[in-house]
Design a protein around this ligand. Structure first.
Ligand code: ADP
Ligand code: MG
Length: 238
């Protein structure tokens, strides 16, 4: 089980406040989407949850414990980025198992976990390949596989599909929804794409200028937007 709470999170970069007091509650196994225009603070918020960035003030809690000072590797989270950052000289299998290797996991155990994740992601026939011999969608699956092998209680995705073409994005959305069911994990997914937010989320968090404008289910936001920004953002296509 994994719940996440943010209490009055503020982030300043060189005196400029980019996150302006965010409160948020993510429930166990929820699929939560942060959506908002470019520069509104989505990545910064996610990076603070991941522990890659410190909050200037406020508390981050996982399962009721304050984790502000806990390092990224100890938070039980795994993050998937927009740029997949696969190691070009390593095979798919080694890319997926690398963080486990760093963590001292035995070769047999690594192999077992990688093969399990590869089966879920339909990557089994590709385990010996190098990243350059993969399509964009396959690379993205490897990046997700790297997260899965760590068995995180919370997955963090930062615009993971934005480098893929439209048809592949639709397919990957369906796969991510299936993964969410299959892995029984809490997922936080960042996008600037309203359609992704509407189709994938249990709960949408609409951000603008470092402020949460509204939190609700896709239907709540669609039918009862709290202000013009939310109405315009959720109601109109990109
Ligand atoms: P989003 O992911 O929603 O596009 P970001 O979280 O990347 O937005 O950025 C939010 C704001 O914080 C932007 O104005 C951006 O320029 C600024 N910002 C992000 N990272 C840094 C940094 N390391 N140093 C200074 N400013 C930053
Ligand atoms: Mg971003």
């Amino acid at each position: 089980m994994a719940t996440l709470q943010l209490h009055n999170i503020v982030k300043r970069f060189e005196g400029t406040e980019v996150i302006k007091g965010v409160d948020l509650e993510v429930n166990d196994r929820e699929f939560v989407v942060f959506v908002g225009p470019s520069g509104c603070g989505k990545s910064t918020l996610l990076r603070m949850i991941a522990g890659l960035e410190n909050a200037t003030s406020g508390d981050i809690m996982i399962d009721g414990k304050r984790i502000n000072e806990v390092g990224p590797a100890e938070r039980g989270l795994a993050m998937v980025f927009q740029s997949y950052a696969l190691y070009p000289h390593m095979t798919v299998e080694d890319n997926m198992g690398f963080s486990l290797k760093l963590g001292g996991v035995s070769k047999e155990e690594r192999q077992r976990k990688v093969r399990e994740a590869a089966a879920i992601l339909q990557l089994e026939p590709l385990l010996e390949r190098k990243p350059k011999a993969l399509s964009g969608g396959q690379r993205q699956r490897v990046a997700i596989g790297r997260a899965i092998v760590r068995n995180p209680s919370i997955f963090l995705f930062d615009e993971p599909l934005s480098n893929l073409d439209a048809a592949l994005r639709v397919q990957m959305r369906i796969e991510l929804a299936r993964l969410h069911e299959e892995l029984d994990a809490t997922m936080i997914y960042v996008t600037h794409d309203q359609i992704e937010a509407m189709t994938m989320a249990d709960k949408i968090v609409v951000l603008q200028g470092g402020v949460v404008e509204q939190v609700g289910s896709p239907m709540e936001l669609y039918h009862h937007p709290r202000n013009r920004f939310v109405a315009g953002f959720i109601g109109s296509p990109k």
